[in-house]
Design a binder for this molecule. Structure first.
Ligand code: SF4
Length: 208
């Protein structure tokens, strides 16, 4: 662990957020599988990082009940219902859009399931690559809005104002002309319940 990461972990400790460092994605996946009992239910929000780690697939394969709102062939209503159920699962998995060196974490959401799940689920595990660390909360917000979200809009062909040129046009990104992705923003500053919120920081670049 380098000095920057050590400082970040110390800041999480002071904020009552449990941090675990894993050098590589396979170690992070193994850590999640160990933290979560086989009989636990799982909720999650869409994330390139979770896809790259293949952790949801691994949990489903070993028999955990997974609330998956992205499965093929389901209606929009069914997908939204599963997103609501997912926030009540035993464990909720997500990635942050950015993490400040001070330990704050920023989550953007389109439907609100990610912000709800991270803020209130029974047990939360956030998984992030070191590429998401920023110097401060202002830079974390900038990263989320001007870097991560345009790339996510492109990945999902989401018809927002940043889809074409990859730049945020907050002032015009309104319905019905555009389908805005940045509808809810959550900043985690600290946690009250010990052990509820855990972060696995992976020592490689993951997601956007
Ligand atoms: S406000 Fe709109 S244009 Fe800006 S990043 Fe969010 S979705 Fe893209």
């Amino acid at each position: 662990m380098d000095k920057q990461v050590e400082v970040l972990f110390e800041n999480w400790r002071k904020r009552n957020i449990a941090g675990l460092y894993c050098k590589a994605r396979d170690l992070a996946k193994a850590a999640v599988l160990e933290m979560i009992p086989k009989e636990a239910s799982i909720g999650f929000s869409g994330s390139k990082t979770l896809e790259e780690i293949e952790v949801i697939k691994a949990l489903a394969a070993r028999g955990n009940k997974v609330f998956d709102p992205y499965k093929a062939g389901i209606s929009r209503e069914e997908s939204l219902k599963i997103r609501r159920e997912a926030t009540l699962a035993d464990f909720y998995l997500a990635s942050a859009n950015a993490i400040s060196q001070n330990g704050e974490m920023v989550f953007f959401s389109g439907y609100g399931n990610r912000t709800s799940g991270v803020a209130y689920a029974k047990n939360v595990i956030v998984i992030c690559g070191i590429n998401k660390i920023t110097a401060n909360i202002q830079e974390a917000m900038t990263r989320a809005r001007e870097f991560a979200t345009p790339l996510n809009c492109k990945r999902l062909n989401w018809e927002s104002a940043c889809l074409k040129d990859g730049r945020c046009h907050d002032e015009i990104c309104r319905f019905p002309e555009y389908k805005r992705m940045c509808c809810q923003i959550l900043t985690i500053e600290a946690e009250v319940s010990p052990g509820r919120l855990r972060v696995i920081l992976v020592g490689e670049s993951l997601g956007y």
